[in-house]
Ligand binder design. Structure first.
Ligand SMILES: *Cc1c(COP(=O)(O)O)cnc(C)c1O
Length: 425
């Protein structure tokens, strides 16, 4: 690894701290959990990212799972720069909104109608507003440790940065705002039955991440999701799948298709924008028609559906469609990586558990201090993981077997260092 004499990383961080709160624009980037300075990233190409000192890392964060093709994919960047030539935002319908909706619908026929937003947060917030508007009910049920963006009423007992920082919710959210948010333990049917018995006629929707990705990876309970489908149908509530991570992550399509469960609304984000800011929600005409301008549920945006993001999305979906065999390849790579890490940890007697689903994985050490040591050594070895045990790691189509071997070797070094510190070797 090259090291320049001037520490440019430090310079960037110092400047960032002067003008940005905590030096970041989103708390999960601050590396608080691993008690070290964050690494500012200058650029990325394929599976690699580079900091300002010129150090190279294999990236497993990938914009929190957004760039499934990898960084700086030529076809996508060309599409983005071409689209800029024609103007960036109009506040009027353009053909690329239609094209992205069509290409998503071709992969996921579930989406009779789609509404694009500029973030996953907006998509989920608006989908739940729609669920309330369509049912005329107030309450929603979410699951503890899931993360559905940072809308006021959805931060209670949330995952992602909220979990990382160990806070129950967020300051600045009046109790009244979360009055209609019910939180249940994931997988607990009795608890759900009780909620439905008590509040059933006022429950507008149940929202769930079909594969939890914001408290580490949460292994899906398919039986439980089927139960959710049944009880919501029976009680006249809507089932909403938050697929901001899982949409086009597990395979070429949604987790709903993957598990063979049909919700009433699905939220998308991250991957479908090709790395640019996006969100989307949609479902059948029967529900979607309640949305303004055809219905009374209002939701609007200046930048939603702008041609730059739409074209990046269309190109990405197109590339994914042509490369769909690659999903299996990266899912297998992920499994290999996880097996090797667990094997090594077991040999050394280190308490490490890992959760994996397709190309998502997360680590959990018995002792948090071990994660901190592990994380710092991995960084030094050129491996960039999610900076918290409560975030998921991802593989991209740019990751190859060599990357995995390098990562396994680095992990072995890190695990050995932990074992040595514990005096086990
Ligand atoms: C990232 C995420 C969101 C929020 O999306 P943003 O684009 O960050 O607003 C919502 N739900 C889930 C499951 C997510 O992972």
């Amino acid at each position: 690894m090259k090291r320049r004499r001037i520490n440019e990383n430090k310079r960037v961080l110092k400047a960032a701290k002067r003008v940005l709160v905590g030096g970041v624009n989103s708390p999960a980037r601050a590396f608080n959990y691993v008690k070290t300075d964050p690494i500012p990233i200058k650029k990325g190409k394929g599976s690699r990212i580079y900091d300002y000192n010129g150090n190279r890392y294999i990236d497993y964060l990938l914009g929190f799972g957004s760039v499934i093709l990898g960084h700086g994919i030529n076809e996508v960047t060309k599409e983005i720069s071409d689209s800029c030539e024609d103007g960036i935002v109009f506040g009027a319908t353009n053909l690329y909104e239609v094209k992205l909706a069509e290409s998503i619908r071709k992969a996921v026929p579930f989406f009779e109608k789609i509404r694009f937003t500029t973030s996953g947060t907006e998509a989920v917030m608006s989908a739940l507003r729609l669920a309330r508007g369509a049912t005329g009910r107030n309450k929603i049920i979410k699951f503890a440790h899931s993360y559905h963006g940072h809308a006021d009423h959805l931060l209670a007992k949330s995952g992602s940065g909220v979990a990382t920082l160990g806070i129950p919710g967020s300051k600045g959210v009046p109790k009244d705002f979360t009055r209609h948010t019910l939180t249940a333990p994931y997988g607990d049917r009795h608890y759900m039955d009780r909620l439905f018995n008590k509040f059933g006629s006022d429950i507008a929707a149940v929202i769930v991440e079909p594969v939890g990705g914001n408290y580490g990876v949460i292994t899906p309970d398919i039986g439980f999701m089927r139960y959710l489908r049944d009880i919501t149908k029976k009680r006249g509530s809507l089932l909403v799948f938050d697929e901001v991570i899982t949409g086009f992550r597990l395979h070429f399509g949604t987790a709903a298709q993957y598990f063979g469960i049909k919700p009433d609304l699905i939220c998308l984000g991250k991957i479908i924008g090709g790395g640019l800011p996006i969100g989307a929600y949609g479902g059948g005409n029967k529900v979607m028609k309640h949305l303004a301008p055809t219905g009374g549920v209002y939701q609007a945006s200046t930048f939603a559906g702008n041609p730059v993001v739409m074209r990046a999305g269309v190109k990405t979906i197109h590339l994914l469609s042509n490369m769909r065999k690659r999903y299996e390849f990266i899912n297998n790579l992920t499994e290999d990586l996880v097996i090797e890490l667990l094997r090594e940890a077991a040999i050394l007697g280190i308490g490490l558990s890992m959760r994996v689903f397709c190309s998502m994985f997360s680590l959990r050490f018995e002792r948090k201090a071990h994660f901190e040591i592990f994380y710092k050594i991995m960084l030094k070895e050129g491996i960039y993981l999610a900076p918290s045990e409560f975030e998921s790691n991802f593989l991209s189509f740019s990751h190859n077997r060599k990357d995995i071997e390098k990562t396994i070797n680095a992990a072995k070094k890190a695990l050995h260092a932990i074992a040595t510190k514990r005096g086990l070797i």
